[in-house]
Design a protein around this ligand. Sequence first.
Ligand code: GLU
Length: 321
Amino acid sequence: MARTLTHKQLETAVHNAYDACKDLAGGQNAHYIPYLANVDAGLFGISLCTPDGHVISVGDTAYRLGIESVSKVHTAILVLRQLGAAGLLEKIGADATGLPFNSIFAILLENDRPSTPLVNAGAITACSLVEPKGNAEAKWQAIVQNMTDLLGSAPQLIDELYHSESATNFENRSITWLLKEYGRIYDDPEMALDLYTRQCSLGVTAEQLAISAATIADDGVNPVTKKRVFDAALAPKIVALMAAVGFYQNTGDWIYSTGLPAKTGVGGAVIGVMPGLFGRCAFAPPLDDAGNSVKAQAALKHIINGLGLNVFSNEAVELAK
Ligand code: GLU
């Protein structure tokens, strides 16, 4: 018989994690993007959303944070929708790099494909693949519409962040042109880089991100708007990508110790997906050396371990009606 998880248990787990982690010290804001370096390091919030649309939030979950690399999940979903699972595997790949998010070495090692849409190289290729090709504005609309459907409400570009990143993204420029050399950019390279930079600069709340994670947990149906955003068959593919590389070079340690497929961003957000049960987002700007939020990962680990859940476990768990 399946173990039943109540909404009350989830609410208690979220609040306990907030209390346990709120005074955790350590880490520093992303220092290489001037806008992020100056965000209030004391911000902290956790949101959880269930497939029946119940949202639990505590802390700074209405603060509009820079989505950064969490957006890679959303645009990977768009590419999956447009190209299908086999198309994404062929054009980008689904391999863990075991290396930092902006590694050029990873591209040199695996020059047949960028590895995965969840590191910078694969995410820039993903932006080059977005249809319709050759039209920056139409591609941007597709990226934003897809994200809006996943979040359940619109993201808003943070202009200052976009200009801050555009003026300092020399490493991503190198990545883009190296990929072009390897035949892995499928549209104008500068356009692909700009779309990537813009999507990273979108402002979203932790609550919106939790709803988007819950849309994955709910097999492609947004639990709040009830709109089907993507085909149910694609949900395990996106969860597999997150499990493989969501914490960059620390992914193995993370997934081993939590059993929670998750994806981080240098804005300080981490989303996590437990298929069928919930999607979550924790947010706090100070990061560890790999670029993963110190407090957010501690909070997610506290919740998942406290509830005794693990995506690799054979225990059947269901949400109380
Ligand atoms: N915009 C950031 C970059 O490309 C995103 C990195 C991240 O969040 O991991 O460097």
